[in-house]
Design a protein around this ligand. Sequence first.
Ligand SMILES: [Zn+2]
Length: 277
Amino acid sequence: MGGHRLPAVATGAAAAAGVAALALAWLLRRGTAQGGVRSSTSGGAKAKRPDGTAPLKPYHRGMREREYLRLIPEAEMRQLRSLLRRVYAARGWADDVGAREAAWEAVVAAAQEPHNGAWDPSFSPDTVSSQQLQSLLALIERTFLGGLLSDRVRDAKRPPLTIKLGVDRNDPYSWLSGLNDDNIIFVNKNRWRDEISDGNPMNFEGAICRSKLEALAHALGHELVHALVLNFFPAMDARCEAYTADDKHGPVFMLLNKRLFGHVGHASHRLFGAPPG
Ligand SMILES: [Zn+2]
């Protein structure tokens, strides 16, 4: 079997030895079976320090924030900081741990209300409707981005952000979700069958998720970072190595994902794995 599959059976009592560590580049692939959107990094010259002396180390996973932020060119950094300021103003809170944790809790609670899709925290992907998915996405976008992204999509006459739940025939277990260039977020149905609970939580980029709904909300937050770059900064999305590195999870992605959603790192994994076999 492949190495990118979450345990099919969730067992809270299972030994920690069974932890399945999964690289997010596989789980949250940009693009779908249609292919074509996988970024090709230009592989050009390494970034230079402002004084032109020593080249900076190229981006690699696990790089410290201080190091990877230096890899974002000044012009792009200005654009990103300006966007962050606008988002903070629109949503009413900045890069603040307490406010952010409260926002995640509020999203998960609100999603269970009737007008937001009446989500079951341990939903089955077989019974989820596209209306529920759209409601959840809109809720996360309003809460974390203050509606700026949907405004941008409308003003730029871009296709509306849309979620599709389905199966990638080529690799049905490889990733949780992905974003296409036409603003379609694809959620890989087969990856959402396993239980996530208090006894079998999931670590999603540093966030401990105790329900499938919570994990899905975080996965959608991750995709919204890609959607921000795609819709606000299409040139950056296409060819800025500080974004396109690591399959579009380079320093630009890391910066936004952390400041907007509190997500860190590249791995999502179960805290308790299923027994082997
Ligand atoms: Zn991604």
